[in-house]
Design a protein around this ligand. Sequence first.
Ligand code: 5RP
Length: 226
Amino acid sequence: MKKAAAIEALKFVKPGMNIGLGTGSTANHFIEALGARVKEGLDVRGVPTSKATEELAREHGIPLVRLHDYPHLDLTVDGADEFDPEFRLIKGGGGALLREKIVASSSRFMVVIADESKRVKKLGKFPLPVEVVVFGIKATIWKIERAFKFLKLDVKMVLRVKDGNPFVTENGNFILDCSIGEIPDPARLEGLLKSIPGVVETGLFIGICGIVLMGTPKGVTEFKRG
Ligand code: 5RP
C-alpha cells in the first residue's frame, strides 16, 4: 500500500522540478520509483531530508542539490506517521522532522504518501516527537511539562533511545516522544511548544500538506485540500 501510494505520487512530478525527498520506508519507495524515471531520462533534482535519503537517492541516480541553492522547491513527497481530515500531520517517527519540515514548507506543495493505517480522525495516537537542544534539557522538559499541564493534557514523555544511547538527530539534538492521546487543538499545542526556548521543532505539520495519497487494498485514494 505504501509502494502503491509512492508510485501514484509520480503523477505530480514534471520535468525540470526541484523536489524535496522525504525520509522513511514510504518515501524510500518514492525515491526508488523516481530513480527509475530519472534513468529513463527525466530531468529533476532532489533535496534530501536525511543522510539515509541522500544515500538512497544517490544509489538510484537522482541528481541532488542543496536547499541553500534552491530555496523554493516545486514539490515535496514524504510519508507521515498520522494525517487527519484537515491535512494536519504528525511526523518524525524516523527522527528527520526538522529537515522534513524545513523542506516541505519551502515547497509549492507537499504530497503525503501513506498506507491507510496512518489515517486518523484526531491526531495523537502516535507519540508526538519534539526535537530539543541537549543543553539544559531538564529545564526544557520542565517547561514542556508545564505547557501540557496548561492545556490540561496528560502526557508521558520519553527520551528517544537508540542502541542504549539517546538518539541524536542529524542536527545534533535529542527527541522527546510525547504520548498524549487525542490532541484537541494541534495548532495551539504547536504554538505553545514552539515558544519554549530549547524546543527546536515538533512533529506537528499544520497547513503544509495539500494532498494525501493513501494506499488501500483496493487502490490509492487521493485527498486534496480545498
Ligand atoms: C520520518 C518520518 C516518516 O515520514 C514517518 O515516520 C513515516 O515513516 P514510514 O514511511 O516508514 O511509515 O516522519 O521522520
